[in-house]
Ligand binder design. Sequence first.
Ligand code: TXA
Ligand code: MG
Length: 346
Amino acid sequence: MKTKVVEIMEIDHKAEEELKEAAGVLQKGGLVAFPTETVYGLGADALNGDAVKKIYLAKGRPSDNPIIAHIADVSILESLTPAKLQDVEILAENFWPGPLTVVLPKRPQVPDATTGGLSTVAVRMPDNPIALELIRQSGRPIAAPSANISGRPSPTKGDHVVQDLMGRVDVIIKSGDCRVGIESTVLDMTGPVPVILRPGILTPEQLSGVLQKEVVFDPGILSRFENEQGPDGGEPPGPKSPGMKYTHYAPKAEMLILRGEPAEVKREIERLRSEKEQAGVRVGTVLFEDKAFEKAAHDFFSMLRELDDQGVDLILAGALNDRDSLGLAVMNRMLKAAGHKVIDVR
Ligand code: TXA
Ligand code: MG
């Protein structure tokens, strides 16, 4: 497939024309990769099952993993869900456009390809003018997972998308770096208590603050931090968000996380690095300043890709403090990238 790559840094007259053309591609059932504030997305018409199936093919993604429908206007919610929840209105007013995805009961016309056969649909309004204009021009909700080959680190720069999807999609819209750098917070609103299925930059405190009620983490998220094993010593309980069960974000190199007091972790990483390098192993490190959680979120995926490009064999990463909820969100990705290989430094 021939991929058209366009670069848009701001919405001027030329960009408008490019976006109109890309929206036309979406209307005809084609695939368009576009920037959002979290990570780049790979879009197709969310109400066209055949179009959405092309996303799975292009990404090599398991087809029971549901996709988020992106909207540019809250009025489009009606076409996706029959639910008229006051809590969702409050969330939309406070956090949309922004890095929040809500899971709601779906309407029958939302195809199984979009929802992975579930009776629910995930919806979000991204905070990026290019994404919003593209969605608006297309006149439909746009299903979009992250625009990477399945299993690779999520793309936070236009070049990452080109690396992964050139020749596999119709259009790639390149723009600047994604502001947030990790994917949206996924919040299940189908039960009596809102449940965070995937942690992101929006914290439970922020969400419960505006909702004036308790918001909880899916137990599957937390168990992975407290103790890398389930209660019986086996796998931790499976999370409810189907996407959480797949190998994810994995760099080509083997990756190990070192956890403990920051200064000691740093020392141990240096010691291990020189030991391994003497044995001829090419070592890369991922180490963030203490409490620099936003920077960690912004840089994490892109660092993994850079280390892969450098061809390192082993990545040594310093754990972030997971008592901070953004730290926890980055740790969620780091643990998956490392296949949950953690060493406690004492
Ligand atoms: O920030 C983001 O959310 C990015 C940008 C492109 O918007 N998108 C993204 O999509 O990360 P994806 O497909 O890589 O991750 C979607 C997550 C998965 O964990 C998936 O299982 C979950 O959302 N999800 C989607 N629909 C769901 C549903 N109906 N019920 C539960 N979880 C759902
Ligand atoms: Mg993804």
